[in-house]
Design a protein around this ligand. Structure first.
Ligand SMILES: [Zn+2]
Length: 232
C-alpha cells in the first residue's frame, strides 16, 4: 500500500476487496433463497444512511455471489443515473439564472439604472421645428426683422413658405458671412393652402450665432431671411 494513500482511497480499496470477496466466496448457481430482481433493485437504490443490517434480504445478498453481483450492477447504474440527473438539474439552474439575470438587466436598463437615458441615436435626438415665413426678402436687402431662432441640434425643419408659393423642388442654404455652410433640398407640397417643405439639418456642428437662411424654388432667385442658431 502506498504510504501517502488518502483515507478515501484506503476506504475504496477495502470496499473493493470486500465486494470482490463476496462476489467470489458465496457461489449460489442454483439461486437458492434468492429474493428476486425487485428486492435487489430496491436495495440498490436505498439511501446510504438507511441501515440494512437487520434486513434478511440484505443478509442474503451479502452471502450470495450471484445476488451481490446483480446488486452491484444495479447500484452502479442507479448512481450513474443520479449523477446525470444532478448534472441536468445544475444545467437547468444555470440556464435559469442566466435568463433571470437577463430579465433583471433588461428591466434595470428600461428603468435607467444601468445606463443613462441619453438618446442612443440621431433619430431620438431629432428636434422638429416649423418655421413660418410670411414673406421673403430679396437677397442683399437690409432687414430689421427679428431673426428666426433655430436650435443648434439635429433639426427636422419644416419651412412654411409665403402664401401663393408654388409646389415643387426647393433649395435651402444656411450662409454665414455669405458663405454657404449648410445645403439641403426638398420638394414643397401644398397642404390646406400652405406651401411647405421639410429638410433635415445637422446644426450641432455649427457655431451659435447669426446666419442667413436662403431659400429658392429651382431655378428661380434666392430669397433671404435672418436666422439665429442658438445653443440651448
Ligand atoms: Zn441470491
Amino acid at each position: 500500500m502506498p504510504p501517502d494513500q488518502s483515507p478515501e482511497a484506503k476506504f475504496d480499496r477495502l470496499k473493493k476487496q470486500l465486494q470482490d470477496s463476496i462476489v467470489r466466496d458465496y457461489p449460489n448457481p442454483e439461486r437458492k433463497g434468492c429474493p428476486g430482481d425487485s428486492v435487489l433493485k430496491e436495495l440498490a437504490v436505498r439511501p446510504l444512511e438507511l441501515t440494512v443490517e437487520d434486513d434478511p434480504h440484505w443478509h442474503h445478498v451479502t452471502h450470495c455471489s450471484e445476488c451481490y453481483r446483480e446488486f452491484l450492477a444495479e447500484n452502479s447504474e442507479f448512481r450513474r443515473r443520479a449523477m446525470a440527473r444532478r448534472t441536468r438539474v445544475q444545467w437547468i439552474a444555470a440556464v435559469a439564472s442566466i435568463a433571470i439575470l437577463g430579465l433583471v438587466v433588461l428591466f434595470a436598463t428600461r428603468q435607467g439604472w444601468l445606463f443613462s437615458q441619453r438618446p442612443q441615436n440621431a433619430e431620438l435626438a431629432l428636434v422638429r421645428q416649423t418655421v413660418d415665413i410670411p414673406s421673403m426678402l430679396r437677397s442683399g436687402e437690409a432687414s430689421e426683422r427679428k431673426p428666426i431662432v433655430i436650435a443648434r441640434k439635429t433639426v427636422e425643419l419644416t419651412i412654411q413658405l409665403p402664401v401663393g408659393s408654388k409646389a415643387g423642388a426647393y433649395e435651402f442654404q444656411l450662409r454665414r458671412d455669405r458663405v454657404p455652410v449648410v445645403l439641403a433640398s426638398s420638394d414643397a407640397a401644398i397642404r390646406n393652402g400652405t406651401t411647405a417643405f421639410t429638410v433635415r439639418l445637422d446644426l450641432a456642428r455649427l457655431a451659435p450665432g447669426k446666419y442667413e437662411m436662403y431659400v429658392r424654388q429651382v431655378p428661380w432667385d434666392w430669397n433671404y431671411y435672418p436666422v439665429e442658431i442658438r445653443a440651448e
